[in-house]
Design a binder for this molecule. Structure first.
Ligand code: AMP
Ligand code: MG
Length: 361
């Protein structure tokens, strides 16, 4: 597939993201003439379209870099899949059977980061709840229809208290003291993957790029000396909410309940679960986090979605976040001042509730 395009003149380009919230918006906020030398390539992996945007490199280097990222991502997709047989499901099977199991080297950092994020978020980000995610029917490409899981079954899994704290990796061998642990890294893997891709691109000498994996992206360098700007799709399906300036090394991830959900008797049950109750988080439509570590940008959207409009600020502060934004079900935007300075709304601005600063400027 060759969908490369060199573009001249200044203008806006939206890269569609399959079921995603973020899309790359290039060349916004231009002042004066600007020659846009952006080159795009697309991959299909992680069940979504991944778009790589490069600035000011030639086609052959873009092709080589893209092929390298494709290999990296396809391998990760196989190793980390939550329900298709692979390295992670083998580990989960060993845990369920009470066996110790060797962990492939490629999985160790991701599991360790996930464990740290679980502890730091007091278990609100808890990828050990794979059995609950499966019970809700989210371990499938198609969302389930029909009645919800039995409340007793949900409660039993909650009371088994699976946590990443139950897991230990020593000399490459994983043990779990709780057989109810089933790792589902779907809430952190893409962030980690994007971060790894940025590192790989830098090694290849690429200085300006966006890796956009649908729901999450990371950038290196700039867009012709200006910050890259990404478009923010409205989580309530009202077109475009606005755009966001993103700087070298930053990653932006969004999680929401507009994406993967099931419906029953007129209510929506989305794929982000509150590990304390076993039920989907209800209130927030989407949460966006900016972080220099991709895995954490991805992971820490979950505690904010679960915390909702009342708790998000306290949680964001305890997680050490510097910029976060939530959109609630009425379309009101909740964010900190540092985030507000980066956001430009499109059209009629939404109602905004500004929090106290998250970090000292
Ligand atoms: P994302 O695509 O980043 O919004 O992540 C959503 C995925 O994270 C879900 O499909 C589940 O696999 C997983 N997940 C759901 N709830 C949690 C939670 N509380 N902690 C960690 N992972 C979760
Ligand atoms: Mg994500």
């Amino acid at each position: 597939m060759d969908n490369s395009k060199y573009r001249s003149k200044h203008y806006r380009l939206w890269i569609p993201v399959a079921a995603g919230f973020l899309c790359a918006l290039l060349a916004v906020a231009c002042t004066g003439p600007f020659e846009d030398r952006t080159l795009e390539r697309q991959l299909y992996v992680f069940g979504t379209i991944v778009t790589l945007s490069y600035y000011d490199i030639d086609e052959s280097r873009a092709n080589e870099a893209t092929a390298e990222i494709d290999r990296l991502f396809q391998q990760m997709h196989q190793d980390w899949h939550a329900w298709q047989k692979g390295a992670l499901t083998n580990l989960n099977q060993a845990i369920a059977e009470g066996r110790a199991a060797p962990v492939p080297a490629s999985l160790i950092p991701l599991i360790e980061i996930s464990k740290a994020a679980c502890l730091k978020s007091d278990g609100l980000f808890n990828p050990a709840i794979g059995k609950l995610v499966a019970l809700w029917g989210f371990h499938a490409s198609e969302m389930p229809v029909g009645p919800l899981p039995a409340p007793e079954a949900i409660q039993a899994l909650v009371e088994a208290h699976p946590s990443m704290a139950d897991i230990e990796i020593r000399e490459g061998v994983l043990t779990s003291r709780n057989r109810a642990v089933q790792m589902d890294l779907g809430g952190v893997a893409k962030g980690y993957a994007v971060e790894q891709a940025l590192t790989r691109l830098r090694t290849l000498g690429i200085r300006n790029a966006i890796v956009n994996a649908g729901g999450g992206l990371g950038v290196i360098g700039s867009h012709g000396g200006r910050p890259w700007r990404i478009g923010i799709r409205h989580p309530l399906g009202r077109g475009v909410l606005g755009s966001l300036a993103v700087f070298d090394g930053e990653q932006v991830h969004t999680s929401g309940n507009y994406e993967r959900f099931r419906e029953f008797e007129g209510r929506r049950y989305a794929h982000i679960l509150d590990p304390r109750t076993g039920w989907p988080a209800e209130e927030i439509v989407s949460a966006t986090v900016i972080h220099t570590e991709g895995a954490l940008a991805d992971a820490f959207t979950k505690p904010l979605v679960i915390g909702g409009t009342r708790e998000w600020y306290r949680i964001a502060k305890s997680l050490g976040l510097k910029s976060a934004m939530l959109v609630d079900s009425s379309g009101t935007v909740h964010m900190d001042p540092a985030m507000a300075r980066r956001v430009q709304f499109e059209g009629t601005p939404p109602k905004v509730i500004l929090s106290e600063p998250l970090a000292l400027d």
